[in-house]
Design a protein around this ligand. Structure first.
Ligand SMILES: [Zn+2]
Length: 294
């Protein structure tokens, strides 16, 4: 019997795992992989984005409420999940606004990456998913999440680095998740317009700069059958996700027809693989990479 393949997804806040790569995780879990979500911060500074949940008792206990939401989403997706203990930096309203003292994004890289290095050495993922170096969107915690993920990918296998954080383990592939591509939103926009459903994406697409993607998509994981699970997990984050809002404007059936994949950029690989890929584990065989004995 070969050991299961292991996938780690690194995220900044509770709810990010459900909006970025959730259907991919749901699929791999149901195919027998072990999947661990590492959530770097507790999302304490997130505002309530769903008007139906904007109530004083919820705002007063937002940290606790978001933990409960995360627990529910974790169950729906079928993944394991842990918080790595940092405090949300909040989304500054202007470039001049200073980040709050002690928040995740202000930590020295080595301090910010240490818990993730320890988690990598303990869980021993073959593949890690994270954001690109722009953070997917410019939230300081998302940009920091990219940095600590790259650091952990590079350092976790090196016995001289992060001593005391567990036995070295070298993950084999690192991906940036690429859900927000112009190509995808244009395809959905066109399909919605053709079918007489008003598309909410036109302004957004128009503002998108016409330049080649910095991180081209290398890997499209078919997971349309899992979009329903993704949507349920998203809805579990009730303070962050408005059921009548952005995430749900495009009918699920249309997404399944027009764009039934979640997309990634292969940022690092220590195995041979042929691009484009349709599987994050392409080129990896667990029984070959597992140490002979424990
Ligand atoms: Zn986030």
């Amino acid at each position: 019997m070969s050991a299961p393949l292991r996938l780690m997804a690194v995220h900044a806040h509770p709810d990010d795992e459900s909006s970025k790569g959730a259907a991919t995780m749901a699929r791999y879990v149901r195919e027998g992989a072990e999947v661990l979500v590492c959530t770097l911060t507790g999302g304490e500074r997130g505002s309530v984005l769903n008007p139906k949940m904007d109530r004083p008792e919820i705002v007063a206990n937002i940290g606790e409420v978001r933990r409960a939401e995360m627990a529910r989403a974790r169950e729906i997706l079928g993944v394991e999940q842990r918080f790595l203990g940092f405090v949300d930096s909040g989304l500054p309203e202007s470039e001049e606004e200073e980040l709050p003292e002690g928040c995740f994004a202000l930590h020295k890289l080595e301090d910010a990456a240490a818990p993730l290095v320890a988690a990598v050495r303990e869980f021993r993922p073959h593949v890690i998913i994270t954001y690109d170096d722009d953070g997917g969107y410019p939230h300081p915690d998302h940009i920091m999440t990219n940095k600590v993920s790259v650091e952990a990918f590079e350092a976790a296998g090196d016995p001289d680095r992060y001593p005391g954080a567990g036995d070295p383990w070298q993950p084999l592939k690192l991906y940036y998740q690429m859900g927000f591509t112009k190509e995808r939103f244009e395809a959905l926009h066109e399909a919605m317009t053709e079918r007489g459903l008003g598309s909410p994406y036109s302004d957004w697409i128009a503002r998108w700069e016409d330049r080649p993607a910095k991180w081209p998509v290398t890997t499209r994981v078919p997971c349309g059958d899992y979009f329903e699970i993704r949507d349920e997990a998203l809805l579990a984050h009730a303070t962050q996700v408005d059921p009548d809002g952005f995430w749900f404007v495009c009918p699920r059936e249309l997404q399944q027809e027009i764009w039934p994949t979640e997309d990634y950029h292969l940022a690092r690989s220590l195995v041979d693989t042929e691009l484009p890929e349709d599987d994050l584990f392409a080129g990896i065989h667990a029984d070959e990479v597992e140490p002979a004995c424990h």
